[in-house]
Ligand binder design. Sequence first.
Ligand code: HEC
Ligand SMILES: [Cu+2]
Length: 337
Amino acid sequence: MTRAQRRWAAASATLGMCAAVACGPMNTLGRDGVTGSSETSLGWFLVITSCAVTVIITVLVCVAALRKHRGAGARDVVAGSPGFEWILWGGMLVPAVVLVIAFLLTIGTLNAVAAPERAPAATIQVVGHQWWWEVRYEGSSPDQSVVTANEIHVPVGEPVRLELSTGDVIHSFWVPELAGKTDLIPGQTNTMWIEARHAGVFGGTCGEFCGAQHAHMQMRVIADPPGKYRAWLAAQRTPAAAAVDPSASDGLRVFMTSGCANCHTIRGTGAGGGVGPDLTHIASRTTIAAGTLPNTEANLMGWIVGAQGIKPGSDMPNMPVPSRDLQTLAAYLETLK
Ligand code: HEC
Ligand SMILES: [Cu+2]
């Protein structure tokens, strides 16, 4: 990498991080999701109860410590003696009642999040990779399937089933405003479901340390009205826009001759690599590299030549594309709506 390119990469990485931080709240106490909301209520109950218990016990200990001793020495506490009622109520009955209530509420919450009340409107497969999210919408036939990355579109107000698996190590799917975490574990498929109550963009991140770029493994759930969601899905099903005008076909040529196709798929072209994200509709995503950078032509150029400066250790090498070709390539990728 030349010095200028390195500066480019560093500058765009810094900007991208600021944008990622500002990308929308990841509020654990948010109640925008149906499962997240019952978990939040249980959380509040437990926090308030444990605070109350701590305060009451602290006061009692202080009162006991400050009280003057009466009588001599310790006595056995037996039924009828002065301390007996405290032990019976404070030590056994009240804690038992509190724990039984917490137990019942926990069972209720587990039941509420176990399965949605209605059949899910969609099943989405999410595959964790170091350090990005592969997102698949299986269709009735392979050409009806959609593969994208890091941004999960769902219909608002409808339950959506997620099937979580991993291509390498343990990751954890966490969109705090919609639901609690579920791990992605090698050799098995875990399922969960989410339902967004409001349209909007919900920030998420990997919730299980998975290597150097764990913090750059972010995602977004985009909840749209059902009509808009279906239009998005239909658009994603189509192959990439044909590279008809000369600059686009030049961009595709650079893509095919620079080694990109070994790792990336662009449906409708000869590129069928399966190491990195599917780029068929890369221009329809708001960020690149799992929430690390806003999706702009400049950031694409910075990423292509300097991925290792932005996400060191990533499976995407720095690609030494000459600067004229780089511009053409990035411009072509930005046409892939
Ligand atoms: C050896 C495999 C490999 C090669 C070669 C490669 N990439 Fe990548 N690429 C990846 C991986 C892996 C990622 C995901 C990185 C991440 O987010 O951690 C990625 C990410 C990207 C992204 C961001 C996609 C998204 O949705 O976030 C773009 C754009 C991209 N590559 C373009 C290119 C171009 C253009 C070339 C050729 C000049 C290229 N790549 C060559 C593996 C590769
Ligand atoms: Cu991770």
